[in-house]
Design a protein around this ligand. Structure first.
Ligand SMILES: [Zn+2]
Length: 281
């Protein structure tokens, strides 16, 4: 994957890598151009003039629609810029409250679960997948049975679930739901195409459940700790430099356990609820 180079990755599907490689974005954000006669741009990425120019240069027809998966700063800020340059319609869900949200994204058409963008050439169906972000949409390309997954699923790493907008209960439910969609491949917001969707989805669910089991075991042996104090026990195999991020996902796990009735907190100190403590004793 080369920044700025357009790659034809499927019939009527081109991928263009945005120039924003980094710790959180891997090689950078994937922008997809769908269609050949009239183009839908999916996730135009950051508001980079260079990238917006590159998108327009590799479009084989007029850009009519701009869709976003969610409104994190590496996915949607380019949308209003590209819309200003092309007159394209903006589709997606508006940003929820919160500090890490692109407030410049104002959709012309708000998409809900099951809504479609139908053109003479292709049909994209919105699949609401809250968890990584409450306003996260994946898009199923009906002709190829590919799913554009944004940050719901990325290649090569798991995604951070950052409460309060990130929600582990919703994330797992959204993963489970994808298994019923008969998918041939996943086109993620970061990294290469994933050819074994159901296998990867099962692995992701299993990975999160194993982590949850580790949270329960750590709470049992180290009760009454804060999230920060608990992180080194739950993420002992993860580089300490990444613990500030792991801490966010740990909080998401704890909030799920609290909702399940398995953990409780007082003064930001966490412990297992007595029933679970006895069961696992
Ligand atoms: Zn994101």
């Amino acid at each position: 994957m080369i920044t700025g180079a357009a790659e034809q990755i499927g019939a009527g599907i081109v991928r263009l890598l945005a120039p924003n490689a980094g710790m959180m974005t891997g090689p950078g954000t994937n922008t997809y151009l769908i269609g050949t006669a009239e183009i839908a741009v999916l996730d135009p990425g950051p508001a980079s003039g260079k990238h917006i120019d590159a998108i327009q240069q590799c479009a084989t027809g007029p850009i009519r629609w701009i869709l976003v998966t969610h409104t994190h700063p590496d996915h949607s800020p380019g949308a209003s810029k590209l819309a200003a340059a092309t007159g394209a319609e903006l589709l997606g869900q508006p940003p929820p409250p919160g500090r890490v949200q692109d407030k410049t994204f104002k959709p012309d058409r708000i998409l809900h679960d099951g809504d479609v963008l139908e053109t003479g050439e292709f049909l994209l169906r919105a699949v609401h997948t809250p968890g990584h972000a409450s306003n996260h949409l994946c898009y199923r390309h009906e002709e190829s049975r590919w799913l554009f997954t944004g940050d719901h699923i990325m290649s090569g790493s798991t995604v951070v679930i950052d409460p309060p907008d990130g929600n582990m209960t919703h994330y797992l439910e959204s993963l489970e739901r994808l298994k019923s969609l008969d998918l041939a491949a996943l086109a993620p917001g970061h990294g290469p195409i994933i050819e074994n969707p159901d296998e990867l989805i099962d692995w992701l669910i299993d990975h999160r459940m194993k982590r949850e089991a580790k949270v329960v075991a750590s709470l049992k042996s180290h009760p009454e700790l804060t999230v920060t104090e608990l992180t080194p026990f739950v993420y002992d195999e993860v580089d300490k430099k990444l613990h500030h991020l792991a801490e966010r996902s740990l909080l998401a796990h704890l909030l799920k356990l609290e909702l399940d009735g398995s953990a409780t907190q007082a003064n930001r100190r966490w412990r297992l609820s007595s029933e679970v403590g006895e069961l696992s004793a």
